[in-house]
Design a protein around this ligand. Structure first.
Ligand code: PLP
Length: 228
């Protein structure tokens, strides 16, 4: 199947749900992104700043770029002028830096807080308690050039469907709780980013509003998949 056909097939699966598809183009050439763009797709995800910036420079300006990977603070400045949504805010310091770069660029940058839901200790993210304390803090209240639009999480890489379901369910519960209890100008809960090629069907069942899919659209990547 072609990239366009893959996109169409996944979009068809999503249709009854209010869920958005982010095409994860990391490691794939500009031509692959163009093919998806020609098919009408506009939301793309990358996990490396250098690759994201390189593609943004040469591809059409109406693409919405999503930074989905671990983001180092010293690299925020390169994507701050144009990034549509940063999915991987995993520390207070990172959000403070994004706010600073938002100020410099005279824009409010949309962010998702990454929550640690997997069993693996290697996955980045806030703990559930930690995130609520942060949202309650004065530091957070002062961040006027970011908007927290929701949460992002990655489930454990396992064949155990029940475990994945439970992890997604706990993320959705936290999302609902924040949505119900926090009413600040820089919080607007509207996005629950969970689900990848291997688990997006489960994520949909558990209330995902945004899935990040690479392999099922563009085919396998040519490198070992750990830490991706
Ligand atoms: C690579 C990546 C994806 C997409 O993974 P696939 O299994 O290829 O769909 C989704 N989210 C993040 C954070 C990633 O790094």
């Amino acid at each position: 199947m072609s990239i366009a056909q893959n996109l169409q097939a996944i979009e068809a699966e999503l249709r009854p749900n209010p869920c958005q598809l982010i095409a994860v183009s990391k490691t794939k050439p500009v031509e692959a992104v163009s093919e998806a763009y020609e098919a009408g797709h506009r939301d793309f995800g990358e996990n490396k700043v250098q690759e994201l910036v390189g593609k943004e420079e040469v591809l059409p300006k109406d693409i919405r770029w999503h930074m989905i990977g671990h983001l180092q603070r010293n690299k925020v400045k390169y994507i701050a002028p144009f990034v549509h949504l940063i999915h991987g805010i995993d520390t207070k310091k990172l959000l403070i830096e994004v706010n600073k770069q938002g100020q410099k660029n005279d824009r409010v940058i949309q962010c998702l807080l990454q929550i640690h839901i997997a069993q693996e200790s290697t996955k980045f993210g806030f703990d559930q308690q930690e995130v609520q304390a942060f949202l309650d803090s004065e530091t957070f209240a002062g961040l006027t050039n970011v908007k927290v639009c929701g949460l992002m999480g990655m489930a454990t890489l396992t064949d155990d469907q029940d475990q994945i379901k439970q992890e997604f369910r706990s993320l959705k519960a936290l999302y609902d709780q924040i949505d119900a209890h926090y009413d600040a100008p820089n919080i607007e809960m509207k996005t629950l980013s969970m689900g990848m090629s291997g688990d997006y069907k489960l994520a949909l069942e558990e209330g995902s509003t945004m899935i990040r899919v690479g392999t099922a659209i563009f085919g396998a990547r040519n490198y070992p998949t750990q830490n991706q």
